[in-house]
Design a protein around this ligand. Structure first.
Ligand code: GUN
Length: 278
């Protein structure tokens, strides 16, 4: 039976340490989250970010825009936030409304306030194998979780399912930078099971149920980034927990695995940016 990669437990441990550190700061970081439109999942994520920031004494502000906000309005606001010395971290919640260029908006964020590590400056550094100012939150959280359980990466075959800029691509780079042998699979991949069967570590960010126990090598490690509701309304991940936990040595549950670690990384990044810009 697989051991659980417990994201909630690690979140509590890291946030406790971070709170002690923040309590000693005479001034606190300020995180601004821009939310455009009314994607229900984004609203929940953004409110959780604000709640967690408040718990630590980090100032946070959500700026809500309607679905029909213009790109110019967002760019103008970001410029203003870049110039404001009191604002230390900026996050633009994705996805953005379809008529807005995500590239233009992310590009406008000053790299030293880019708390997601998504700007071309930070992404470019990561993809060159050089330390960015901060690492993207979800893959950073996954690395913290793997390290907490002493899971070896060097020389291991890591299979990443998904190639989004939020998870798959930066995850693959971070694993590569730790000397794993990395395969990236995606919606056009043929014979996924043939590839996952050779994996020591599977990070799945497909957003649909793609992983079953029979597709895996015994004692592999499964990190499940997917989160969605099944036909009965139950929250689940990409992995079929029951069959996968019979084969794998470790599995991250959904909920309670990667999700708490993403928010933890956002808080760590907010503090890192603040300290680097003092
Ligand atoms: N939407 C889903 N995950 C993320 C994330 O990590 N950062 C941002 N900005 N938007 C997201």
């Amino acid at each position: 039976m697989a051991q659980i990669l417990d994201g909630k437990k690690l979140r509590e441990k890291i946030l406790e340490g971070l709170k002690l550190k923040l309590d000693k700061f005479p001034q606190k970081p300020t995180l601004v989250v821009i939310l455009a439109g009314d994607n229900p999942a984004s609203k929940i994520y953004v409110n959780n970010k604000k709640k967690t920031a408040e718990r630590l004494g980090i100032n946070s502000q959500i700026i809500n825009y309607p679905e029909n906000v213009t790109e110019t309005e967002l760019l103008t606001k970001i410029k203003e936030l870049n110039a404001d010395k009191l604002i230390t971290a900026i996050l633009v919640q994705l996805p953005l409304p379809k008529h807005i260029s995500k590239e233009n908006v992310i590009n406008a964020i000053s790299p030293d306030k880019d708390v997601d590590g998504f700007t071309p400056y930070n992404f470019g550094k990561l993809f060159s194998g050089v330390e960015p100012i901060v690492y993207p939150c979800t893959p950073k959280g996954i690395m913290l979780l793997l390290d907490e359980y002493n899971i070896e990466l060097e020389g291991k075959h890591a299979v990443v399912i998904g190639r989004s800029n939020i998870v798959g691509r930066p995850m693959a780079q971070m694993l590569l930078n730790r000397n794993a042998t990395v395969t990236v699979c995606h919606s056009h991949t043929k014979n996924l099971a043939d590839i996952t069967k050779t994996a020591d570590i599977v990070v799945s960010a497909a957003g649909k149920n793609v992983i079953e126990g029979k597709m895996l090598k015994p004692d592999c490690v499964v990190v499940d980034v997917g989160i969605f509701k099944d036909e009965n309304g139950k929250t689940r991940g990409d992995a079929d927990f029951e069959s996968v936990s019979q084969i794998a040595s470790y599995i991250s549950p959904v909920p309670g695995g990667v999700g708490p670690m993403t928010i933890t990384s956002l808080m760590l990044n907010t503090v890192e940016l603040f300290e680097k810009n003092l």
